[in-house]
Design a binder for this molecule. Structure first.
Ligand code: GLN
Length: 491
């Protein structure tokens, strides 16, 4: 059952919130040993919240659009009094003294938090294998990764542990795992969803968004969490647009651009091979072509659009994101949060704590970022990456003068085997090549399940749009959802 169907059943009295929560806790108990989606299941808290909703309903009080809907939270979202680990040893024993704004808003909408989900440590990774607590497995094939870094959230939705989850997306961490797990993932416009209470990775890129089994559920969740928040200085101070009402309006007259740089080998793109990103598999491109045809059949016009700087995104991102991370993660000093490994003096305590607390990938990012920002290299690395970012913003703005949305793959391939890319960081980074442009530009993008690859595993196609185009993106996503070939997307 979808989140919206569950909420309707709870509000009509057909089902109790308590029964809905119990059903999901049972499923978690049955299968999460195999999947490893959760760092922490909040069974007692979820039961208490469900009981509160049921009694509010009994008293005839309003309960919100997501009444009784179980949600899973990526474990880098602060929850008051409840461990928030970022899947790192560094935060051992830390209980945040406040809830993230998104958590407050979900609760206000009636949703019931059932647990905190696994991620790559501090959201750095594309497979959820960089977790201090062990990997999460893909519910479609447990020998495969679920993607990352929000792999626990995507797996939780795909395994039906919760119809809704929140993830965070810095370079693709909502969309990439959603694609590999056959579910919907939306990265909103930068600033549209408050980052207050999201543990910072790269603050100019981080954005929270929904992962859901259906486009309508993702839209309802986005509606619940988005909108201005004075507690986040980068929050956009404009009224929140209601996306659910226009979801069924279709795409008649919509101008869709196939993004040439992400679509080498597409039947629509001629001779872009030289200037396109490498490694996007033929079966994935074939699904993008089918998606373009489906949008066309629904009344959209399709053209091919080029943004040459898209191929530079990966290099720019892997300087900018580590640079910001090296600064953000300086706060884990053994004094203020979590872990402390004692020593004779403060400096040694600081070194011992960070040596013991951070995993290999986090250390690699801190070193990369510190290097890129250091006096002799700032201009050559960080400065240059910022110039690429500006170029991308200009090129995408020019592209959106001609089309309303851009279409491409979400990921280069379907889900890969656990361990296949852990020995080669660069190979792992290449997973993000299609998702990174929307982070560098700050634009919204959504991944929609669209059939399966040659291996039978889910493929996601990605729709990108200009700032605040979420209503249009979700409308187009709803059309693709209806047209999707059966297979990979279904759980
Ligand atoms: N996979 C990318 C990285 O490792 C993106 C992560 C994210 O979006 N949080 O940085």
């Amino acid at each position: 059952m979808s989140a919206l169907a569950l909420a309707a059943a709870v509000k009509s009295g057909e089902r109790s919130a308590a029964a809905v929560v119990e059903e999901h806790l049972d499923r978690i108990a049955e299968r999460d040993g195999e999947i490893g989606a959760f760092n922490l299941v909040l069974a007692a808290e979820a039961r208490a919240d469900a009981a509160r909703i049921d009694s509010a309903l009994a008293r005839g009080e309003p309960v919100g659009p997501l009444a009784g809907v179980p949600v899973a939270l990526k474990d880098n979202l602060c929850t008051r009094g409840v461990p928030t680990t970022c899947s790192s040893r560094m935060l051992e024993g830390w209980h945040p003294p406040y809830d993230a704004t998104v958590v407050q808003r979900l609760r206000a909408a009636g949703a019931v938090v059932v647990g905190k989900t696994n991620l790559d440590e501090f959201a750095m990774g594309s497979s959820t294998e960089n977790s201090a607590f062990g990997p999460t497995r893909n519910p479609h094939d447990t020998s495969r990764v679920p993607g990352g870094s929000s792999g626990g959230s995507a797996a939780a939705v795909a395994a039906r542990f919760a119809p809704l989850a929140l993830g965070s997306d810095t370079g693709g961490s909502i969309r990439q795992p959603a694609a590999l797990c056959g579910v919907v993932g939306l990265k909103p416009t930068y600033g549209r969803v408050s980052r207050y209470g999201l543990v910072a990775f790269a603050s100019s890129l981080d954005q929270i968004g929904p992962i859901a089994a259906t486009v309508a559920d993702a839209a309802a969740c986005y509606e619940a969490i988005s909108g201005h928040d004075p507690l986040d200085s980068t929050s956009i101070d404009s009224p929140r647009e209601l996306v659910t009402a226009s979801l069924e309006r279709g795409v008649d007259g919509l101008r869709v651009g196939v993004l040439a740089e992400l679509c080498a080998g597409s039947t629509r793109v001629e001779g872009a091979a030289g200037s396109a990103v490498e490694g996007v598999a033929a079966d994935v491109i074939a699904r993008v072509d089918t998606a373009a045809a489906a949008l066309e059949a629904a009344g959209a016009s399709i053209s091919v659009v080029s943004a040459p700087s898209a191929v530079l995104g990966l290099s720019a991102y892997y300087l900018i994101a580590p640079a910001e991370a090296s600064s953000n993660l300086a706060r884990y000093d053994g004094v203020r949060y979590g872990l402390r490994v004692d020593a004779a003096n403060a400096a040694e305590m600081n070194v011992n704590t960070r040596t013991a607390g951070f995993g290999a990938e986090v250390k690699r990012r801190i070193m990369l970022g510190t290097y890129a920002l250091s006096a002799g290299y700032y201009d050559a690395f960080y400065g240059k990456a910022l110039r690429v970012r500006t170029l991308m913003r200009r090129e995408f703005a020019a592209a959106y003068a001609d089309v309303d949305v851009l279409l491409g793959p979400t990921t280069p391939t379907t889900a890969f085997e656990l361990g296949a890319k852990t020995a080669d960081p660069l190979l792992m980074y290449l997973n993000d090549v299609c998702t990174i442009p929307a982070n560098l530009t700050g634009h919204p993008a959504v991944s929609v399940p669209f059939g399966s690859g040659d291996d039978g595993l889910p493929v996601g196609v990605q729709l990108m749009g200009p700032a605040l185009s979420e209503p249009i993106l979700l409308r187009a996503a709803a059309v693709l959802e209806q047209a999707a070939p059966s297979g990979g997307g279904a759980r």
